[in-house]
Design a protein around this ligand. Structure first.
Ligand code: SF4
Ligand code: SF4
Length: 338
């Protein structure tokens, strides 16, 4: 099968709600970005989840919700939250899971309600995955994934690329095809959260390594009938730069009520909005919104501030490339879907 690649511009029509309903998790992945000091330790009561879902949902608009944690299936009322999102009229409902699928979630929701169960796997082999995500997690996740496929749910896999697992990425397309996975999300390791404690052994890959491997693997998966999404990361100097914080509508909601518009800001108390008394309120200046308006030759301001090692400069001090917004993606689709 042939495939085709395109850059997916930010959709001005769609709204994406990334809803962390708790921060608790049964795993302790080496690169986990959850930061309880900044995101809270609360498991949101179902009544609060329902109220917040109503605030962002709009049946007349394309609003997508992604339930996240921690591990969202640890929430005893996730199924109820999914039913509510469906009733409110969310355009699509996704659950990002580590695969343990607690509370028999697959038996409590239907394929009409959940558009995707998205499973996090960080290695093609048990050894590599479990070094990053914890002993037993590969078996648990792949078994959970296969159960979801067997029940007729659409599934996707999220693979966070780092120096510890780039070498196994090219084995993934064949595995995904064998498992019956429909979508593959390749992500970049974030220089944040628990990564700090593991930076000796866990690193982002270089631009050269990324460009040598990721686009080719995506193409291979596309040829096998799988849609692949991966961050664009590097922009040529003549490619336009846009900050999603200014041109798209994304809400990253945490159990402590913080609402961010940029995932790179999530480790700092600079959220532009907060849920106070179940109402969305703008926060006082200075917040992430003020950063989005800064225009710099390096592209993404937050990347320049927190991961400047991604940027290289020529002899005149001019950046050799811009860093794209972390939300700008390349998408490879099987030709029949393109
Ligand atoms: S499964 Fe997700 S939330 Fe849990 S430790 Fe791993 S990365 Fe963090
Ligand atoms: S990652 Fe950079 S470009 Fe994207 S929203 Fe955040 S600050 Fe803007």
């Amino acid at each position: 099968m042939r495939s085709s690649k395109k850059t997916v511009a930010f959709s001005k029509a769609a709204v994406n709600v990334f809803f962390h309903i708790l921060t608790k998790c049964n795993l302790s992945c080496r690169h986990c970005y959850i930061n309880p000091d900044e995101h809270g330790q609360r498991t949101l009561p179902i009544e609060t989840i329902q109220k917040w879902l109503k605030l962002f949902g709009d049946p007349d608009q394309e609003v997508n919700v992604i339930f996240l944690g921690g591990e969202p299936t640890l929430h005893p009322h996730l199924a109820q939250a999914i039913h509510s999102a469906k009733e409110i009229g969310y355009h699509s409902i996704t659950v990002d899971t580590n695969g343990y699928l607690f509370h028999d979630i697959l038996d409590k929701v239907t394929v009409d309600e959940v558009d995707y169960f998205s499973f996090s796997i960080d290695g093609a082999t048990e050894k590599t995955n479990d070094q990053l995500r914890g002993e037993g997690s590969y078996q648990a996740c792949t078994q959970g994934l296969l159960r979801a496929v067997e029940k007729g749910f659409a599934t996707s896999v999220i693979y966070t690329v780092s120096s510890a697992n780039l070498h196994e990425l090219d084995q993934m397309p064949a595995l995904l095809a064998k498992w019956g996975v429909k979508r593959f999300f390749i992500q970049v390791l974030g220089i944040r959260g628990k990564w700090d404690a593991h930076q000796e052994s866990l690193n982002q890959v270089s631009q050269k390594e990324w460009l040598e491997v990721v686009p080719q693997v995506a193409e291979k998966a596309g040829e096998m009938g799988i849609t692949v999404t991966y961050p664009k990361v590097f922009l040529a100097s003549d490619e336009p730069f846009e900050c999603a914080g200014l041109v798209a509508e994304n809400y990253f909601i945490f159990p402590n009520g913080r609402v961010y518009h940029c995932p790179l800001c999530e480790d700092y108390p600079i959220h532009a909005h907060a849920l106070v008394d179940d109402t969305l309120k703008a926060t006082p200046k200075i917040n992430e919104n003020d950063l989005f308006h800064l225009s710099i030759p390096e592209g993404c301001v937050m990347n320049r501030l927190i991961q400047p090692q991604n940027i290289s400069y020529d002899a005149d001090g001019i950046p050799t490339h811009k860093i794209a917004c972390c939300l700008l993606k390349e998408e490879v689709r099987p030709e029949k879907d393109a």
